[in-house]
Write a protein that binds this ligand. Sequence first.
Ligand code: HEC
Ligand code: HEC
Length: 382
Amino acid sequence: MNKRKGYVFVWPIYTRIIHWLIASSFALAFIFSLKENLLNLHVAVGIIFGLMLLYRIIWGFVGPQYAKFSTFKLSLSKLKLYFLEKVQNRWRNIPAGHNAASSWFTIIVLGVGSIISITGLLLYGIQEGKGYLGYLNDEYYMYMFILFDIHMYASYTLLVWVIIHISGVLIEHFYHKTGMVFAMTTGYKKTQGEDSKTGKYKSGLTYIFLIISAMVFFVSTDGKYNPFVLSKYKQHDYKREALVYDAECSACHKLYPPFMLPDTSWDRIKDGLSNHFGDEISPTMKKEDNRISLNEQKVIFNYLKRHSADKSTREISVKVMKSLDGARGRKSITKIKYWKDVHANIASDVFRSENVKRKANCFACHKNFEKGVIEDIDISIP
Ligand code: HEC
Ligand code: HEC
């Protein structure tokens, strides 16, 4: 007996929630990925996307009948027939559950979506040193570039796939007049078959996933204490770890974190202190700011080289080292190819503006840079 005559109740509220959460979290993750400083939000909705996929996969085994993988129509001849009927517009008798096209569609979304989620989590751990996989940051070199490419191309593939899906639904709705658009909103399809039923356990499972997803969202957007997004790096506190550096090198500019430059660059800066970007620094200068004893210089540069880019797995260090490609480090990071590449889209008058003044004034646009924090979410051009 059907609740509504001529219609079958195919998609219970839970299936519809999964569907729309997967769709919206993917769309939002895509939008948030377009701007660097939205990485936290990107990760938050990304985790929800992954959780919902996982839930959809479980739902495919224990969910209500039409959502079950066992009812999917995966034979190629059925798929061919589906398109043949569509092209000839003699397609009226729609199945209650997934048709051949939407069966394949769902399987591919789950597959490609899982690839996106897994590479995303890995990237977050390996590249950013964050989250539960932050410890993988040590293996950084090996996987970094290929992972990013997989993550990105899989996302574009899914986007194209979704556009095809939406077109298919609209064609069915308006051209074949199947009322398909309403299926995922009201849950009803105009066809024959049994109404779908969900019991207490299945509802419970859904609530658990929804609550976890909501929690993930709120905790992921705040990275200070939360292990999902916590950085494995401690912030530099030069007063504690490098007193001389803090005292002697902070007179004219904020302190540059040691890991941003390779050993060879620190050597060049040390050897060039008598003309340090136009300033003379030596043990005999009258002005206290410019007077740094040889012994202090030794201590300072020993510290800087102990924590230089050569020894760090931070994203900036690895990319700076890679971009040198065997060449000697420059005196300024702004002369290194990697730096030029990431800042290529910033107009040169932005660097000359009142609030920035110089390219090397990293501190103006990268909040907390002197503590060694280069977070995407901290970037803002003043
Ligand atoms: C008398 C002033 C003064 C003192 C003291 C000083 N600097 Fe500088 N430093 C400058 C100027 C000027 C620049 C050019 C960048 C700018 O204008 O912001 C600069 C730039 C730098 C840069 C360039 C970053 C880049 O990649 O472009 C580094 C690194 C640096 N200083 C390290 C040090 C260290 C290490 C010490 C302590 C030994 C030190 N500075 C002390 C004036 C000073
Ligand atoms: C005028 C503002 C400005 C200044 C000054 C500036 N940056 Fe940036 N930086 C940006 C912006 C904006 C981006 C993001 C660019 C993008 O993704 O298109 C960025 C990106 C980066 C990135 C890549 C971050 C990532 O996660 O991909 C690094 C590393 C970086 N900057 C380091 C530095 C260093 C070191 C300095 C100083 C020598 C510096 N920046 C000076 C604005 C600035």
